[in-house]
Design a protein around this ligand. Structure first.
Ligand code: GLC
Length: 646
């Protein structure tokens, strides 16, 4: 039982005992329940002998932050405590979007709520909307403020109106908290530049290259093409500052507890505007230690758990998403391990599944997928995934080298093949992606491109090749069918629901042209959307298919994440088969075919896993009974089944 379950239990008991329990009483109860953990985490990062006074400050800060939390949100916090883990429900269906690329600004977005409702989306991830530098700003991930809305998107009032409207429609909102760094225009950075020592200690700043050089020995590069190295010289300050991402993104120094306290205040200001899920950006990088790669360090986990325990005490209805695009065995740790199991982030990106699905599409085989997923530890039962195929970032090939070798492939050659397959280096490949941050020193690179362009729709339409177009459509739908059924919150990247192609316009903009991730951040095509009802365009086909699948998901509790996934082994290397199980045996069997040819599953195999013909098996999507053809269940090229028993 994690701390959240404990709070749920205590709140329910308290409410049973006393009908008029006030939010304040429940806050006191949460503080009492979490304070030992908060104390232990705090002093494990900041030794007690020096930082007792700061800890006392933290305790009074928690009370102050609770008092500042708006009353209507406090009510929702309590509702959520009573209602269990809302974020694991089959009702969750997300979409990620850039507000300006979607429909101009926050008000424009509000006008499109009907669109989300039509598709079945009830959870929005809006890309950063707070103030940022005018020129380069990493799509808003260089922040000048954690809570002031950039005027290009509207006003704070617009945001408050939107969050209220979303709540009235039972919709959820996720915003980013760029917890690892600020922009170099942030008020602390400006003060540091002016020579203020206090604020220089909010970042990692050094008078010369001695320490930076030592750090560099073991620090990898995140953006080697555009931002080699991890430090930038600031002429005003006459010091080097740590900038792991872009030179204008200054890494915060969490070894200084004042930074933690201030950032907790910033986090609460953001959530007090009605944010339900906070995306903890780049959280693997939060703690730096010389001699290491400064990623996934134990102290980073303690710090995240400390944020979690404090946020939960103040606002138990708000949850954290881990944006940890790291190796499979590391990702799972962001749910919390050991004593802190289930007490870090409630949600994490399923980056492992995402990368493996792209690998399976390119190779037409699921062998690496099985190898990689098979032995991964179970996530805690209160935790869930965000399942996605595309987001605003690149696709990293973060597989475990040992897994690749163990299936008889060469890891380096295999990664090279994937880069070539997706980035237009192989004539026969249907994909039209671009290379991102290719590092000639080691041959590493990542992939950008919209889902539709990577899956062949762009090439198919260009060449007026009907077969390629229909293959691409089948692949797009099958990829989405997996994120919808795997267990967790599915997140569609805006535009993918209508098969939007790459957008090359970024190449003409100075502040964007070196960052090919913009190719997969297209503008929402409202013209195409206005014609969805008519005709048999690829857009219309994709939209209506996804809409149907979403509807099926929302009507079947088996899709809720209850840690109820079994990965089934089958000898056919082109198939992915998994089952979602339930106590009442109303299970779901998912079979996907990654090949361009039909494949079959033997009747005897189906019987063995409990799906014989006599059980009255049928497909949830076509609503047709399933029959075997010469003792086989046939699965079309790039197609899938959602099979249930009657
Ligand atoms: C995250 C974001 C990415 C950004 C980086 C630095 O990984 O998803 O877009 O560049 O953080 O903030």
């Amino acid at each position: 039982m994690n701390q959240l379950s404990l709070h749920q239990l205590l709140a329910t008991n308290q409410l049973k005992k006393k009908k008029t329990t006030s939010p304040n009483e429940l806050f006191d109860l949460r503080l009492a329940t979490n304070s030992t953990l908060i104390k232990n985490l705090f002093f494990s990062l900041y030794p007690e002998s020096e930082h007792t006074a700061t800890f006392e400050k933290l305790l009074s800060l928690l009370t102050q932050l609770f008092q500042e939390r708006p009353e209507d949100l406090k009510k929702i916090d309590l509702e959520r405590l009573k209602n269990g883990n809302w974020y694991q429900s089959e009702q969750m269906m997300g979409m990620q979007l850039y507000v300006d690329h979607f429909n101009k600004d926050i008000k424009g977005l509000s006008e499109k709520i009907g669109y989300f409702e039509d598709l079945g989306v009830n959870f929005l991830h809006l890309m950063p909307i707070t103030k940022r530098p005018k020129e380069e700003n990493d799509g808003g991930y260089a922040v000048n403020s954690y809570h002031e809305v950039d005027k290009k998107y509207g006003t704070k009032e617009d945001l408050l109106t939107l969050t209220k409207k979303l709540r009235s429609k039972n919709m959820y909102l996720m915003l980013d908290f760029v917890v690892n760094h600020t922009s170099d225009e942030f008020e602390w950075a400006k003060k540091a530049m002016k020579g203020d020592k206090k604020y220089q200690e909010y970042y990692y700043t050094f008078p010369d290259r001695t320490i930076p050089d030592q750090f560099e020995e073991t620090l990898p590069e995140v953006f080697p093409e555009t931002n080699p190295g991890n430090f930038t010289y600031n002429h005003d300050m006459k010091r080097w500052v740590m900038t792991v991402f872009n030179s204008y993104q200054w890494d915060l120094n969490y070894a200084n507890p004042e930074v933690f306290l201030e950032m907790l205040g910033n986090l609460m200001k953001l959530t007090n505007m009605g944010v339900d899920v906070v995306r903890f950006d780049a959280l693997a990088f939060l703690w730096k230690k010389m001699g290491t790669d400064s990623q996934n360090l134990p102290e980073a986990h303690q710090l995240i758990a400390l944020f979690r325990m404090c946020l939960q005490t103040v606002a138990p209805g708000v949850i954290l998403l881990a944006e940890a695009i790291v190796s499979p065995t590391q990702i799972i740790k962001y749910f919390g391990e050991g004593d802190m199991k289930g007490n870090e982030c409630e949600v994490a990106y399923n980056a492992t599944l995402m990368a493996l699905l792209w690998n399976s599409m390119a190779t037409k085989k699921t062998v690496l997928l099985y190898k990689s997923l098979q032995y991964l530890p179970q996530k805690p039962k209160e935790a869930t995934w965000i399942n996605y195929i595309r987001c605003h970032d690149d696709i990293g090939l973060g597989f475990d080298d040992n897994d690749i070798y163990s299936i008889g492939w060469d890891a380096k050659e295999h990664r090279k093949f994937l880069l070539h397959y997706y980035c237009q280096k192989l004539d026969w490949s249907p994909a039209k992606g671009l290379m991102f941050m290719y590092n000639p020193k080691n041959g590493d690179g990542r992939i950008t491109g919209s889902a539709a362009s990577l899956l062949g729709l762009e090439k198919g339409l260009e060449q007026q090749d009907e077969k390629l177009v229909s293959q691409a459509i089948a692949k797009i739908i099958t990829m989405h069918s997996i994120i919808l059924s795997y267990g967790g919150m599915p997140l569609i990247y805006a535009g993918d629901e209508i098969g939007t192609l790459n957008d090359y316009s970024y190449q003409k903009e100075n502040s964007k042209k070196d960052d090919s991730r913009w190719v997969n951040r297209p503008k929402q095509d409202w013209d195409a959307i206005s014609h969805l009802e008519k005709g048999s365009t690829p857009q219309s086909h994709i939209y209506h298919s996804l809409r149907k699948l979403i509807g099926i998901r929302k009507n079947n509790p088996i899709f809720a994440d209850q840690n109820n996934l079994i990965l089934h082994q089958h000898h056919n290397p082109h198939l992915l088969i998994y089952e979602r199980t339930s106590a009442d045996h109303k299970n779901l069997l998912v079979i996907c075919n990654f090949d361009d040819h039909i494949h079959g599953v033997e009747k005897s195999w189906m019987e063995r896993v409990g799906y014989g013909e006599e059980t009255g098996i049928g497909d949830l999507v076509t609503e047709q009974p399933i029959h075997f053809q010469s003792n086989h269940l046939e699965i079309g090229a790039n197609e899938f089944y959602w099979i249930v028993r009657n």
